[in-house]
Design a protein around this ligand. Sequence first.
Ligand code: AMP
Length: 392
Amino acid sequence: MSFTSLGLVPELLRAIEERGYTEPTPVQQQAVPVVLEGRDLVGSAQTGTGKTAAFLLPILQRLKDRRRGVLRALVLVPTRELAEQVLRSAQAYGRYCGLRAAAVYGGVGMEPQTTPGRLLDHMGRGHVDSSNLEVLVLDEADRMLDMGFAPDVRRILATLPTERQTLFFSATISGDVDRLARRALKEHAAVEIGRRAEAAHGVEHILVAVDKAEKRGLLARMLEKVPQGRTLVFTRTKFTADKLARHLRREGKEVAALHGGKTQSFRTATLERFKNGRTRVLVATDVAARGIDVENIVMVVNYDVPRDPEVYVHRVGRTARAGAQGVALTLMSPDEWLMMRDVEKLMGRSFPREIVPGFEPSVAPLQPEQRAKPPQRRGPSVRARRGGARVR
Ligand code: AMP
């Protein structure tokens, strides 16, 4: 399938060609025609699937050539980084459409968790006139709820025209996300695309059993085996991120830590160094890593097994983007064996437990639960997903 057969206009096809995309990703193939028709959409696509273009391209096409100079489309996202990224994409795809885009987010020095709140500020002061709004996108709705934005999002929804197109994206659809979707989409018949949380294809999952105290030594060793490309290491806490980065630096690695405790200017500079390759390894907490759009991340490391299995899917989605190959390395200590089983349940597959010579765990690792692989469902309904195999 080609972009032309999706019904996109020459202005967009030209911009797409300049970005170097040759064919639409599956989520783009499904979403573009639906959005072009003006219908509402609920998508369970995760980051890395090309979902940004999936909603931006048809929106740009619908808005092109008509009323300019008023706010007609609003994309709500959970973090400043993501807001900037969506803005850059809108500018790139829309460069021949003659539309203007802007990003609104909290000021320098603030936590990233100010994005929808900042929009509310502007609305409250009368800086934003949303009466001409035609399209609303709620992107990464699950993250927005995780970060406590539900009240802000509800308040924003209340101020928007009810006659509008609404596009709703979330990597996972829990009960809360489902409720927000119902509120945002009202009685509109939404088309659902995508599947339940599932990590990107092309990812090789490696699960290593190791004692907690040996993790950092093992990671230093593993990093030597991945000489090319960037590595993103996830830790649960800021404290561990800093400590691990310090340790790896002492081992002579080019490493930086990124978390919500750092200033915005530090975070911007750190990301820049990671993007241009001067820092090869970035140790980050989950919140700080949201919205990092860096190409060529060859390895994602789960320095700890996330408590919430869905976080595993989010983390791993950072590698093997847009069809590339990547490795997801998880270091699992004995206290994390049960959490790893939850991850495997969510993903509907299990991974062999590996042991690296010299780093043998003090106890033999618990093997994956023996269970049949669940059937792969395509396009389940929001309701079906809510009652589905979600594990907490
Ligand atoms: P997203 O899921 O929107 O974060 O996109 C993930 C990455 O895929 C971004 O770096 C996009 O630039 C890239 N991308 C989006 N659509 C395509 C496509 N059709 N072909 C190749 N890369 C794409």
